[in-house]
Design a protein around this ligand. Sequence first.
Ligand code: URA
Length: 221
Amino acid sequence: MNKTDKIKFLRLLYQYRAMGFEYFYDYKPSKKFETTTYLSNDLEAIAKSVKGCYLCNLAKNRKNTVFGEGNIHAKVMFIGEAPGANEDEMGKPFVGRAGQLLTKIIENVLQLQRKDVYIANVIKCRPPENRVPTPEEVGECKPYLLQQIKLISPQIIVALGATSFHHLTGEYDTPISKIRGEVLEFAGAKLIPTYHPSFLLRNPSAKKDVFEDMLKVKAML
Ligand code: URA
């Protein structure tokens, strides 16, 4: 874990303690790609289920669920962490400042239109104060994402940031700074982890790394 991830994790533990938790079970999801048979094979039907989902507490405070959007036959699928305030307001992924940067990356580096790719998040509802999703929240929500991946069946998945990479792969001990730009296998697709656009807004010097990673994606299209 890098320093930022440690701070985020510690903050999460304090939040748990404030909520009355004394311990929680170690969460180690399977590294295998498991989809669920109980979810529909129709993306619109799953989006509808997500709209009516109350499996975790995030449902209480959301304005909108943020299922994902884009080309359902996309070759490239981007997976972020969780909706923020703008996304919660509009019900669409990556529409705030980080989203504008992501759109620029798609257009300028991949030379695709945003509507040509598919964009989703690990979880579909905004966590309060944009905190990192808890393992339980991810546990409840991840089946929706796995079914989305199965149905879209992209050639390339870009995991945006540590939370996305960690929860997709179960490789919690691998820092994003070490794994970014590697071409891995996941769910029959190539998985390329890279930095999250929000991280780039805070650390513009990392843009060159993402540029390099996206050139790899472009070469594989
Ligand atoms: N950050 C994310 O991870 N996802 C969004 O949709 C917006 C910001």
